[in-house]
Each structure stands twice: as C-alpha cells, then as structure tokens.
Design a protein. Sequence first.
Length: 244
Amino acid sequence: MIHIVLPAFNEEKTIGPLCETMAFVMKENGLPYKVIIVDDGSSDSTAKAVRSFTKKMPVVLVRHKVNRGLSEAIKTGLLTALKRAKSEDIIVTMDSDNTHTPGLILRMTRMIREGNDVVIASRYLSGSRVRGVPFFREVLSLGGSILFRILFPIKGVRDYTCGYRAYRAKILTEAFDYYGEEFVNRPGFSCMVDILLKLRHLDVIVSEVPLILRYDLKESLSKMKIGKTIKETLALIVERKLGR
C-alpha cells in the first residue's frame, strides 16, 4: 500500500488538478493507495475541493483549525499515515500545488521495493528540469544544495530540500520511536533538511530520481518567505554543527 501525504494551505485551485492526475496515474498502474491531505488552516475552499474527490479516490482529509506551518502539517500527515500503514508499506510526501508530477510515484516506490529506504525526487540529476522558478530562487536552492553536500554529506543525496520523497514506512516508524515527535520539529521548509539529517543516523539507504519541477503550473501564492527560510536554515546548520 502507498500512503500519499499532501500538506495543503490555500490550494483550492491546484488540489483538484493534482488529485485528477494522481487518480489516473494510480489507476493506470494498478497501485493500491490512499491519499492523506492535511488542510493546514486554509482560509479558502481547499477542504471543499478535497471533499469533492472522496467518491473518486481513497482520500482522508485531516484539518488543522489554524495554520501551523509546513513542519506541523508534514508531522500530522506522517503520523496519520503510520497509524494505517504496515511495515512494508510506502509513504510518499509531495507538494499539493501541482508542481510535483504524480507520474514519478511508480518509479520511486519501485526503488523502495528494490531496497532503498528513502527516494528523493531531485532537481540536481541528469534529466532533471525546473520550469517557471524565478532565477534568484534557483540560485539560492542550488547554493543550499552545495552547502549541505559539503557540511552534511549523505551518500546518494544531492537535493536536501525537495519535499517530494518516498519513505519505507518501517524506517519512519523507527525514526519516530527514536526521536519521538521531535523527529519533525524544525520550523518551515528547513524541516525537510532536518528529517534527512536525522534519518542518516539510522543508516538509511537513500537514492534519487530526476524531477521535472513544474513551477509554471503553480496557481497559488508561494508559501516560502525567502528571508525567513534562509534564517531558519542557517539556524539549523549552526545547531547541527554544535551537535545539538
């Protein structure tokens, strides 16, 4: 079984097209799955859009009454998935703004079955493409990737920040058992880096697949505040280097 976790905040325009594509891909490939959408305190009609798919695909809607941020939405989604998952199941996280193509799920889950614990959809492999991302953000992302590879090298990892990942359910259970809810506790987008840094202590096997990031399909406003994200990332680096 594949459990797909989608954190969503004000994604009424994009969650529908994403669900349509996902339902088609999963049906065409005969993959058993369940979608867990965490509505993180949206002020628009995200929840209504999700409910319109309850008869078209196996979807669970979890709602935060107020916006608690990406980290808390990811944590809620992972814990909800793990309550339903068997150890051999696979948990996928991806953005709900339609920038991540569901077509990669088949390849990513196959790689988990082949022995990987984590598979990352990477922007930095041969065959990867980025469409529609502002140049300044591309430069920042690439710079962050190089910095993390130097400071915190993990075999098989080039993209430390992309949220499109497949995990072996068993390894996530082990991580929550070891770290408790502190496993996912960094604020904002830095939580995705922190998850990887914590998983490396469990001797996980990580691989990547090329991602075509379709930022040109994004209709909602970006949730990333660049200045805040840089500050959070630098704080994470300092803490990790100090061994906290």
